[in-house]
Design a protein around this ligand. Structure first.
Ligand SMILES: [Zn+2]
Length: 176
């Protein structure tokens, strides 16, 4: 049994590598897609194990502690999808436009969502990694000095989408 890397309790929850809401938005209600990692795996269910990290956090951290972080992420994604072309041209993300007057806190919460996601990925790859600073950030610290977040335009992914996805029916979610 593993302990939750955020709070230390028993880890009994599996964080999604891709949020189910993102998958549904990108691939429709009935999923028929491929998970491409070392191998190419066909996926037919949003509950497929391959779409989740192993259980490295607890239900309380995943559902309660980080709910506002997940919400901030959902708002962010919704804005990015709606303003996709404009963002690609301007290469600028205006958080006040996304979140309104509470944008500074909401932006931190968005970063905390990414911190949870990154921490799950890191601890899965190397269970001995010290993620104390990352967990303190998730639990409320406003700064973390060993976690760097960078928004990146993946031009290669966009080219593939343009070349092979002319009907714009399917989406490509990238996790790195
Ligand atoms: Zn926990």
């Amino acid at each position: 049994m593993t302990n939750c890397w955020i709070c230390g309790n028993i880890a009994d929850s599996a964080e999604h590598k891709f949020k189910a809401s993102d998958l549904k938005k990108s691939l429709g209600k009935k999923i028929n897609g491929f998970y491409i990692s070392r191998n190419i795996i066909e996926i037919n269910s949003y509950k497929d194990k391959v779409l989740k990290f192993p259980k490295v956090i607890c239900i309380n951290c995943n559902n309660n502690l980080t709910r506002s972080h997940d919400d901030a992420y959902d708002k962010f994604v919704e804005f990015c999808l709606e303003n996709h072309e404009e963002i690609l041209i301007s290469r600028n993300i205006n958080f006040e436009k996304i979140y309104g007057e509470n944008w500074e806190l909401e932006k931190l919460n968005l970063y905390r969502y990414y911190a949870k996601h990154a921490g799950c990925k890191i601890i899965t790859a190397n269970p001995k990694t010290d993620l104390k600073n990352l967990s303190e950030f998730i639990k409320g610290n406003t700064q973390v000095f060993d976690f760097i977040l960078q928004f990146e335009l993946k031009a290669g992914v966009k080219s593939i989408m343009n070349a092979f996805n002319l009907s714009i029916k399917y989406n490509h979610l990238y996790n790195s």
